[in-house]
Ligand binder design. Structure first.
Ligand code: AMP
Length: 215
């Protein structure tokens, strides 16, 4: 299956993507994670992306599309993938269609995680992520780690992403509304869009998404 996950920052894309990818036995491809890995390894691509990410802006398409394409061409992705955070604007969505068409492939579904804006800000402000694995996500109030600052799953250090500060979150939401939301209509027009209410327990949201994919 080839699936795209969309939704505002804080909708739980990373958390849901990890569960869905595992259930479906396909790789979870997160462009945000790929950028963060490049930054921590000090690569040229990481240097190009960093300032945009710190400000909560989109990294330019010239950098992003090539990186996403390289990842989708890896052997583990031949039978499908779950894209998390890509595409993030209409020109990336068009580039993805061109890429897939060239290989005789197409998307199976686009899952839109829907959540209220106030909720999103609360979720992001309290979010803490494991340095070892960004799919190990905690929240200081909603999902606290047993020991503050330490990942329950692997013992890694928990940290707050630099771009999770309130000012940057406001900009990321603005960027989401102006640049990313138009892809919802783009995919609706292709008959691919499935809207999933993303409130409630993590496992319930995963179930809603899995049920929708079976239809
Ligand atoms: P995420 O982890 O998906 O929230 O992404 C973190 C940041 O990485 C975003 O705020 C952007 O600066 C950058 N980023 C991730 N994916 C993309 C993309 N598809 N296009 C442009 N920038 C991206």
């Amino acid at each position: 299956m080839r699936i795209v996950l969309v939704g505002p920052p804080g909708a739980g894309k990373g958390t849901q993507a990890a569960f869905l990818a595992k259930n479906l036995s396909i790789p979870h491809i997160s462009t945000g994670d790929l950028f963060r890995a490049n930054i921590s390894q000090g690569t040229e691509l990481g240097k190009q992306a960093k300032a945009f990410m710190d400000a909560g802006d989109l990294v330019p398409d010239e950098v992003t599309i090539g990186m996403a394409k390289d990842r989708m061409e890896q052997p583990d992705a031949v039978n499908g993938f779950l894209l998390d955070g890509f595409p993030r604007n209409v020109s990336q969505a068009e580039a993805l269609d061109v890429m897939l068409q060239a290989e005789g492939m197409k998307l199976d579904a686009v899952l839109d995680l829907e959540v209220e804006e106030d909720e999103v800000v609360k979720r992001i402000a309290g979010r803490r992520i494991c340095r070892n694995d960004s799919s190990h996500v905690f929240h200081v109030t909603y999902a606290p780690a047993k020991t503050a600052g330490v990942c329950d799953t692997c013992g890694g250090e928990l940290y707050q992403r630099g771009d999770d500060s309130e000012a940057t979150v406001r900009n990321r939401l603005e960027v989401y509304h102006t640049q990313t939301e138009p892809i919802i209509d783009y995919y609706k027009a292709q008959g691919l869009l499935v809207t999933i209410p993303a409130l409630g327990e993590v496992a319930d949201v995963t179930k809603r998404a899995m049920d929708a994919l079976k239809k």
